[in-house]
Each structure stands twice: as C-alpha cells, then as structure tokens.
Design a protein around this ligand. Sequence first.
Ligand code: MN
Length: 320
Amino acid sequence: MQKIFKEAWEKIKKSDNIVLIAHINPDGDALGSSLSLYSILKKTGKRVSVFNATKSLPSYLDFLPNFEKIVNKLPKKIDLMISFDCGSFDRLGIDEKPSFLINIDHHISNTKYGDINIIDANAASSSQVVYNMLKENSVEIDKDSALCIYTALVTDTGSFQYESVTDRVFEMAADLVKCGVKPDFVAKMLFQRDRLSRLRLLAKAYDTIELCCEGKVAFVEVTKEMMEITGAIKDDTDTIVNSVRGIASVEVACMLREDDEGIKISLRSKNYADVSKVVVRYGGGGHMRAAGATIKAEFDFSKVKEMIKSDLEKILKENK
Ligand SMILES: [Mn+2]
C-alpha cells in the first residue's frame, strides 16, 4: 500500500480543484471520510468541495466539522475527484467521471472504477484507509479531520464491536484522541440524540420479527405505512437490522424496507455467514458481515423473503 499512498498524495498535491465525494445515502464512514480531507486540503489553499448526490443528508452526522459545506451540485472546474467508501461508480450518483479519480474504499466488492484505486478490505472503515494514507505521507491530522476520521471509525465498527477491530484500530483511535477528539462527545452526538419517532418505528418493526432456519435467520419488515404513522424518516431504520441480529440464536438478520425504488434488503451476520454472497445476485454489495441491495422488481415481502431464505439456507450449510 505504501507506494500507492505516495502516488495518490502526489496527485492530490498537484491538483488545485478537488471534489471529495462519497456514496449516495451516505453513512458515518462515507461523510466522515469525505470531510476528513476537507480541512487539511483547504489549509493548503486548494479549492475543495465536498459533494453528495443525496439531497437530505443524515442529521445525526450534523456535528461533523464542515458538514454544512457539503454541496449537492458539482463545481464546473474539477482537476481531481476523490471518492470514499463507494464500491461501484453508479453509487456515486453522478453521470460520468469528470476528471482523474482516486477511489478510496474498504469494500471487498469494490469494482476499481478509479484511475488510482486504494482498496483495503481489511480496514475497519474507509476513514482508516484515509488515516493510513495521511500517516504514510507524514501529513499532520488537525482536530477537525481527526473528529471526522474517528466518527467514521466508530460508526463503521458498531462502536468497536466488529471483527474488523484490531490493535491497529485502537492505536489509530488513541492517536486521534491525541489529535483532540473527545470520545464522549462523539458518543453523545451519535447515540444520545434519538428521536421519539424512531423509537415508535422500532416498536412497530420489532413486532414483525420472524425467525426461521432453526432460529438462525430473522426477518424484520419496515413498510411505508409504518414510516407514515410514526413520522419516522429513512435514517431511522439504520440500526434496526443490527439489533435484530442481537437475538441470541440469530446468525443472519435481514431487514426488508419498502422504498420508492423497490424493496431494500439489508443483511447482517454474526459469526460465519458471508452475506455479501447473497446480495450480489440482486446487484448489491457490501462486506461479509453487512451487505445490502435494492430489489427493483414488483415483488411483495413474502416473495422476497422466500428468495433470501433459500439463498441463506445454502450459505448457512456451506459455512457451518
Ligand atoms: Mn465504510
């Protein structure tokens, strides 16, 4: 990775008009990673914009420094685009590649759509890849950048709970704290600003939980009606599938959500099932323990459940 980190940083140094971009419907890692380079590059006098194709950004991330600078329109002049946490070009939400593109990611399914691709599937977050690049090039990480990198790390590791969490991850977290991050502040911003509408939605969604495959698989449903009744928004559904995985017997949890584009499926596994294998069939992507896809056809929930269930039965047998 050393060589590619150097190569990427040389390219960044030479570029004056830089766009930082992440995947549509961004999560903490996507926005944290994009914003992590903003303050650093801005100081060097470059024209930097942070772009996201999704209009309404998740408000739980509004404490990230420069969150308010994120734009929905690409600037006219672009010398370099850097994408973060995005496994395939279409998930960037733009029509065509406007310039040289550096693709920074940690999804094993990344299609390497960049001119430089820095993909580390062992990294706990895309922000860890950014961190490693900065360290390799001896770039000073300021407080704002550290807060973005740390938040991305916390959100993508489920607060340091996943297998991706290694000694390196804790070393990095410690270093970011030295750079000025206050972990209790991040925890309060992320987890102590809940909405009543979200809790009401959870109650309705949990009511639909169904176990199958000897309790190893759990399905949970979120319908448009539930969202309307409770006044919940899309972001409110983010953690549902994780908490359903928390059921003792469950190896794989699957959330089905009714969307405008079709049925969004989100899968999480606990110990051994590789759920990225399931979503590939439906044009999705992700990791072994977290993956998702949108099924565009006109299926109903029970049909989709049948399909996923038969996929999972095979995977559960294979990996036992
Ligand atoms: Mn990520």
